[in-house]
Design a protein around this ligand. Sequence first.
Ligand SMILES: Cc1cc2nc3c(=O)[nH]c(=O)nc-3n(C[C@H](O)[C@H](O)[C@H](O)COP(=O)(O)O)c2cc1C
Length: 266
Amino acid sequence: MCDINLEDVVPNEALDAFKMLISRNNIGLACDFLMRHYRDEYWPRRMGPMPPLRRRRSSSIITLPKPKSVSTPISVVISTRRSADDFANEPISIEDLATVLYMGVGITGWTQAYGYGKYPLRSYPSAGALQPVEAYPVVNNVLGLKSGLYKYDPFDHALEVLRLGDYSSLMADIALGQDHVSRASVVIILTVMYARTYWKYWKRALRYVLLDSGAVMENIYLAATGLGLGVRAVGAFYDNELCRFLDIDCMGEFPVVLMLIGKGSL
Ligand SMILES: Cc1cc2nc3c(=O)[nH]c(=O)nc-3n(C[C@H](O)[C@H](O)[C@H](O)COP(=O)(O)O)c2cc1C
């Protein structure tokens, strides 16, 4: 759990106390001891420059329409949310996709942080405000957009075009052959930039990126439900194939869940 290299992080004067706790097999207490007394001293020494928050992957950009406002009360949205069993092979509008992306991972405010005078805040809570979650829509059937792989840019509320083509069957294959994946109008692949959260939180980062992406998953469920769309999370997929498709390394950045969206057929 607290998988550390002692020499790297434990100050000399604390080594004996730390080793004593470890020898009693109380790893949790040993980690807590380290956090309580030495966090401020060793943490900043480990931190190089923050990994970039914004990484452009394509110069081909499509600006998205403004997100719609959804009037369904939150209590109704939460209590009626369900995973769609399947999807009618019908288009959704680009406004719907823009709304789901904005409500899922959009920039909703600004603050001052990490030496930046203007630092974004998101629709989802994020450990240390490090915002590791990236959204890659794979468009199958969206009015006004060609089929293909895109990346959402929350700064410009735009899509970067990564690769055009029909990837609906490939998506289903990558999702262990789950047929309904091919009938979704769009599959939003959520990845996490593990390296961003690791930069500050080190071994706790795995918990935090998964918590952050879980919040995004629920945002997307609720946004789609509020818009009257079908939605389903899919966590079963071949990691390596998905990483190859996205052209990511599966280490510093890795996929966590696919969000299927379309006209639901429950
Ligand atoms: C992390 C996670 C992974 C999931 N993976 C799959 C999946 O691979 N395929 C699928 O059809 N549904 C998947 N689901 C959807 C669940 O089956 C669904 O949420 C569950 O049956 C409860 O139904 P409800 O969402 O309608 O309440 C997943 C849901 C979550 C949260």
